[in-house]
Structures are given as C-alpha cells and as structure tokens.
Design a protein around this ligand. Structure first.
Ligand SMILES: Cc1cc2nc3c(=O)[nH]c(=O)nc-3n(C[C@H](O)[C@H](O)[C@H](O)COP(=O)(O)O)c2cc1C
Length: 204
C-alpha cells in the first residue's frame, strides 16, 4: 500500500446544455486517480440522457465512461450522491474534499450559489466550498445572458468562485466535439490543480 491519499473533488451536473463537458471532466478526474463525488440535479439527469443517450444515465455512468474514455477511468473512484440529500458527506465542511466544479451550471443553480441558498446538495456543497475558502468552479451556459444572470456571476466571483464559462477556444484547431470537450475539461482540471494532457499548451 502506497499510503497515498486519494484527492476528492465534487462534480455537480445541472440542467444546462453541455453534457459532454461534464462526462469528459468526470472521466479526466477519474483517470487522474481522483475520487469524484458526483451530484446530478433532476434536469442534469435529463440532460445526460437527452444529449448523450440512455447509456450515459447516472445509473450506468461508470460503464459509459470506461467504454467511451477507456479503462484508465478505473484509476479513480466514482461516488454518486442524491441532490436531495443535504445531509450527505459533501454537505459538511468537516469532510475532506478539496474542490468542486459545477459543469454545466444552469442559471438557476448559479442564482442559488450566488445567493447562498443551499436548497439542494449541489448548492450546499458549493456554499461549503466558499465558506471554507476552497476551490469552486462554475461553468455557466446560457446565451444571451440577462442582467440578473450577469450579476449572479459577479456575486459568485466576489464570493470566491472561479467563473469558467463554457467557451471552448478555436485556436487549437478542434476537429471534433471531443476536441471541444477536451479543451473545456482541461481548463477545469488546470483550475483544480490537476495535471493533464487534454490539449497541448499554447506554443506561441
Ligand atoms: C433541453 C433543455 C435545455 C436547457 N438548457 C439550459 C441552458 O443551457 N442553460 C440554463 O441555464 N438552463 C437551461 N435549461 C433550463 C434548466 O434546466 C432549468 O432552469 C432547470 O430548472 C435547472 O435546474 P437545475 O439547476 O436544478 O438543474 C434547459 C432546460 C431544458 C429542458
């Protein structure tokens, strides 16, 4: 036994378009050997099925990830929590968990985080990250954005969150949707301080 402690990260998936970003991020974290504490909202569950098919439903996600991204994902550990269980481990600051990403983040959940509502486990875990001064990454997806939505991003950033919009870049010459999701997942892993080779660094 190496005695190495597994790094834990909460991943929240909500009902904004971009399921591919979410599954790519979860797969990359698992491949890095992380423990992923997954919380999916009701609309997030619908999103996974609508955008990726029944095979990507939460109940079958482990199998979907290894079939799609390879057996490397087995290096990590996937733990699924109910979004209704605000008494789950990740709802407490005493639980050892170094960071969280909400990907994709709906405007509704963004509003809940910005205003500290803690109505669901995703919102509560995000609140814990902010109060404990841990890394919280929000990946909002909406276009165009209303003034309240823009203000909620500012409020979240002021509270300590990193707002990392779902805005893939084209200077890497992406050819496929996987290239685009690799880029977003790579930006998220970098922000969580995980090394990765999801896209080559800009060479100037
Ligand atoms: C097909 C579909 C696509 C949606 N896309 C978005 C979106 O891109 N961004 C967003 O903020 N909300 C989007 N919504 C609306 C949210 O899913 C809705 O506000 C929901 O209540 C969010 O709840 P949650 O944050 O708990 O997942 C979409 C809804 C559906 C059914």
């Amino acid at each position: 036994m190496s005695g190495e402690v597994m790094r834990s990260v909460v991943v929240g998936i909500t009902g904004a378009s971009g399921a591919l970003y979410a599954v790519r991020t979860v797969a990359a974290l698992l491949s890095s050997g992380a423990r992923v504490e997954l919380v999916v909202s009701d609309f997030g569950r619908r999103l996974l099925r609508d955008e990726l098919g029944e095979a990507a439903s939460v109940e079958r996600l482990s199998e979907y990830l290894s079939n799609t991204y390879g057996d490397n994902v087995r290096a990590g550990q996937l733990v699924v929590h109910s979004n209704r269980d605000v008494g789950a481990t990740v709802a407490s600051g005493s639980y050892s968990c170094e960071g969280m990403v909400i990907v994709p983040c709906s405007m509704k959940t963004l509003a809940g985080v910005a205003h500290g509502l803690s109505r669901t486990l995703i919102e509560r875990a995000a609140d814990v990250m902010l109060k404990e001064r841990r890394t919280l990454i929000i990946v909002p997806r909406e276009t165009p954005m209303s003034l309240p939505q823009l203000r909620n991003m500012v409020a979240s950033a002021e509270a300590g969150a990193l707002v990392l919009p779902a805005m893939p870049a084209f200077y890497q010459g992406p050819r496929t949707l996987d290239d685009l999701s690799d880029f977003m997942a790579g930006k998220i892993l970098t922000a969580l301080d995980f090394s990765h080779e999801l896209f080559p660094p800009w060479a100037g």
